[in-house]
Design a protein around this ligand. Structure first.
Ligand code: 4AD
Length: 577
């Protein structure tokens, strides 16, 4: 508490807002001290220029000047008090008026006019066929604007958007006056072209003659836009993904995703591949034990699948060339913008092909699918909305061997962090990663790969990776060496902005070679008897690939991260909602 007989002022470090006038919490101005304490008699005033000078009595002229200042402050306060009182009174009047309007509004009950034309129930995407007709639509209030006695709604039903106009009694009901964003409603009215110069989705608007609230949504603190908006912290957006999905961008990405899946299916019909549905619960690994999610399966150990490849291989002799869309799971502790713990894996497998055929097939599948999308007006519009600069990639895709890629990286001074024998990065004297040139045998890490793809700027097939960098099942390039020192008939397809979107290879077709590969990997061949049998009963040269659907979509829709390209993304630590 301030000493009521001694009031302190420090003109440099004091404060008129947080100060109390105490010696350790002085005011900043003499005028404020006088103004604040004028009712307390005549307190002893002690003032100093700054904390380095001692407190002293103020000079008479300073007090005289400060008194004038204090009078000014007094006047200001009086004015503010009057304004506040007036506002409170008006606020109260306003509140009472609003309460009365709300009370009266409860008496307005809307009824559908049976004498009008019968309204046809339609989804919003069908509206262009219903101009000048009476329609009944259902959806959610996506945007809301009240203007005098008219309410404008932009309705959303998942198939499109519609501007609706509520006027007269339509805008005076209790539900109209208390309507909030994201409420669900039924609107009935006549669809009219919007007047020249006005904008509305589809160029038309619904002149509502009857409407009904189906489910209200809160306003105030709990209002939709207070819970989540574009500026919300990413972790809040992740927690509220179920609400984020209602936004235009998120829903457009997911719609494009649906088009993408169906376009792929159309492409596979064209290329004569049969769709199969593979199991998620498995007891074998494909891409190395380090990234397996393990689980207890009736007392046995089992995993969530990393890839359906091995199962697809078993289909070749039964169904011919096959593909699947299946969730793959990777227990990688990767927090990058292109890694998910669960992703949708599009995998294909083809029999009696060469490595060259495999790369040509991957390229054809991707390009045909893009062509289908661009030819579909709805999909093309989504691509244009999300990625205005998108252009279908030119064919053929560049093919760059792994060895040439290492040369390219060194020529472009793209280095990698040096590691010690245990795989830890070595630091330089300043504590930064020590960078060195790439050498044949090195893994091309994500950062280098990304730089390379961004510089090249077009899709690139990197092929012929050393066996020791790749999975056990890959076929060696004939004559390229033995065991894990050899190179493999493997390829990664890299896209600008995203990096690797496809990993594929020819497979070991020979039983003995496969058994040796198991042994090298420390895999018990017993568990893989069914996979080995493919080589025992009529083996063939074959190959396949896996494509990360979210990565392809991130490229197509120009998204920063694959997390935006999946309904409910999973990454380390996140499995909700
Ligand atoms: O290169 P990967 O690991 O290859 C396989 O699983 C093969 N068995 C596929 C096959 O030949 N049938 O994965 C293939 C693709 C990658 O190129 C990438 O697009 C995607 O799957 N992918 C991921 N996508 C998101 N998050 C992850 N953690 C991913 N891991 C792989």
């Amino acid at each position: 508490m301030a000493d009521t007989t001694h009031i302190y002022i420090d003109e440099a470090s004091g404060s008129d807002t947080t100060g109390t006038g105490a010696e350790d919490k002085p005011y900043q101005t003499l005028a404020f001290a006088i103004f604040t304490h004028s009712a307390n008699g005549s307190p002893v005033l002690r003032i100093r220029k700054d904390p380095n000078t001692p407190y002293d009595e103020p000079t008479q002229s300073a007090v005289k000047k400060a008194k004038k200042g204090a009078e000014g402050l007094e006047k200001k306060k009086k004015k503010a008090d009057e304004l506040k009182a007036r506002e409170e009174k008006e606020g109260e009047e306003e509140r009472l008026k609003r309460e009365k309007v709300l009370e009266d509004s409860k008496k307005i009950v809307l009824e559908e006019d049976a004498s009008l034309d019968k309204a046809t129930r339609v989804k919003l995407f069908q509206l262009p066929e219903y101009r000048q007709k009476r329609v009944r639509v259902f959806g959610w209030v996506h945007r809301l604007r009240s203007q005098k006695e008219i309410i404008f709604i932009v309705l959303r039903d998942g198939t499109g958007y519609l501007q609706a106009v509520l006027s007269g009694r339509m805008s005076q009901t209790y539900h109209a006056l208390t309507l909030n964003l994201e409420s669900s409603v039924e609107l009935v009215g006549t669809l009219q072209e919007v007047p020249e110069g006005k904008n509305a989705p589809g160029g038309h608007e619904l002149i509502v003659d009857y409407w009904k609230l189906h489910g209200s949504a809160p306003g105030g603190d709990d209002a939709f836009t207070n819970r989540v908006n574009e500026k919300s912290d990413p972790s809040i957006q992740a927690d509220l993904r179920h609400l984020v999905l209602r936004g235009e961008t998120a829903s457009s990405i997911l719609k494009l995703r649906a088009h993408l899946l169906s376009a792929f299916r159309e492409t596979y019909v064209k290329h004569n591949l049969t769709e199969v549905t593979t199991p998620c619960l498995v007891q074998t690994q494909v891409e190395g034990g380090a990234t397996l999610f393990k689980l207890d399966y009736y007392g046995q150990s089992a995993f969530l699948t990393q890839s359906s490849q091995l199962y697809l291989e078993t289909c070749l002799a039964s169904l011919g060339d096959v593909y699947c869309f299946q969730e793959s799971f990777r227990a990688e502790n990767s927090h990058t913008r292109r890694h998910l713990a669960e992703y949708t894996h599009l995998e294909g497998e083809l029999a009696f092909i060469t490595f060259d055929d495999l790369m040509s097939h991957i390229e054809a599948v991707i390009c045909d699918t893009i062509d289908i999308l661009l030819a579909r007006p709805a999909a093309a519009a989504l691509i244009k909305q999300l990625h205005p600069a998108f252009k279908a990639p030119a064919r053929p895709f560049l093919r760059l061997s792994y060895v040439d890629a290492i040369k390219w990286l060194n020529e472009h001074k793209i280095q990698r962090p040096e590691e010690d024998a245990d795989g830890n990065t070595i630091k330089d004297a300043d504590g930064n990663d020590k960078m060195v040139d790439h050498a044949v045998g090195d893994d091309i890490a994500e950062a280098a790969e990304r730089k390379m793809t961004d510089i090249i700027g077009t899709p690139v097939f990197l092929h012929g990776f050393p066996a020791h960098l790749k999975a056990f099942y890959m076929k060696k390039v004939p004559g390229s060496g033995a065991g894990r020192d050899a190179f493999t008939e493997s390829c990664d397809l890299l896209m600008p902005n995203v990096g690797e979107i496809v990993g594929g290879s020819m497979r070991i077709a020979d039983s003995e070679e496969l058994l040796a590969a198991y042994a090298h990997e420390g895999i018990d061949p017993k568990d893989y008897y069914w996979f080995t049998d493919q080589r025992k009963y009529g083996t063939c040269e074959h190959g396949g690939y896996g494509l990360g659907v979210e990565r392809l979509l991130a490229w197509l829709a120009d998204r920063f991260t694959v997390r935006e390209c999946v309904l409910y993304p999973r990454w380390p630590g996140r499995a909700t909602p």
